[in-house]
Design a protein around this ligand. Sequence first.
Ligand SMILES: Nc1ncnc2c1ncn2[C@@H]1O[C@H](COP(=O)(O)OP(=O)(O)OP(=O)(O)O)[C@@H](O)[C@H]1O
Ligand SMILES: [Mg+2]
Length: 334
Amino acid sequence: MTTTHNTPVETRRAPTREKILEVKDLRVHYKTPGGDVIAVNGISFHLYKGETLGLVGESGCGKSTATAGILRLVQPPGRIVGGQVLLNGTDLVQLDEQELRKLRWTEASLIPQGAMNSLNPVLKVSDQIADGILAHEPKISKAQLKERILELLNMVGLPGRTYDLFPHELSGGMKQRVCIAMGIALGPSLVIADEPTSALDVVVQRVVAQTLLDVKDKLGVSMILIGHDMGLQAQLVDRIAVMYAGNIVEIAPVKSIFEEPLHPYTQLLINSIPSIKERKPLKVTEGLTHDLRTPPPGCIFQFRCPEVMEQCRQVVPPLRELRPEHFVACHLYE
Ligand SMILES: Nc1ncnc2c1ncn2[C@@H]1O[C@H](COP(=O)(O)OP(=O)(O)OP(=O)(O)O)[C@@H](O)[C@H]1O
Ligand SMILES: [Mg+2]
């Protein structure tokens, strides 16, 4: 079939895009007295160069742990128990601490969850941004450093006078922009932003999200954007990965996720969008989920699934590509 001018952009570009990140069967556990909490239960996905992938799912499903795993930032009692994280072909799981330090922030960076509330209150904005740059480029001249910081502030839409301000002199949106500036300061090719807009009010949320995307386009970086607001994600990302209890249950281009959600959990998530707009916590269905220390045999969503079948109680559904680029882990489609 020949490509026509009417072919949607996604389907024309997607198959030829180069993968910058490949996560294969990543597993992260937290050791607790009652047994290991299986926070990330063997997730696999890839990210194309220049793409934005949304990672969604309700609180506690393992989004932050997954990204900490990707950047090897998991803190004890957590640990990576298996899998590969290939960044431009290099497996980060296998690197030693020194090799990792060289890569972090220069190749891949994280804007952590709640970052704007963790800015150092006694340091000026310029000094906080300078810290990260100096750690990697200790020989940079004072003039060059200042120029670089002003350029970064400008890129995230902050006025030059922000340079001399302290965190308490900034609004929430401005603080979050400073965190974005810190995340991109060393020109990484991959940026992971963990709920960068959750703590902001709705209007500022959209403005900051737009800043993030503008920066992404200007620098040509690839991005993983964690969030629980499906409505906001719809406007920002190219593809969405849906997580439930440590597993990716569906991953697809944003258009397919909204037009034809396949997993019953994704369907519930999408149906709950109006309530998310009222800024209620993302809780889509009644019933308790299982204890993450003792996952049941079979599908992890079986206790809350409106379409549960006998097979779901026994066999784990694999993540399969049902349509081009549309993956789902559900027995309904076998
Ligand atoms: N230090 C820890 N010890 C034990 N369990 C932990 C620890 N940190 C996280 N967990 C568990 O790991 C699971 C995943 O947590 P994580 O913070 O990755 O979820 P999340 O999807 O980022 O949630 P949120 O949307 O609230 O940020 C949760 O069930 C959580 O209780
Ligand atoms: Mg989190």
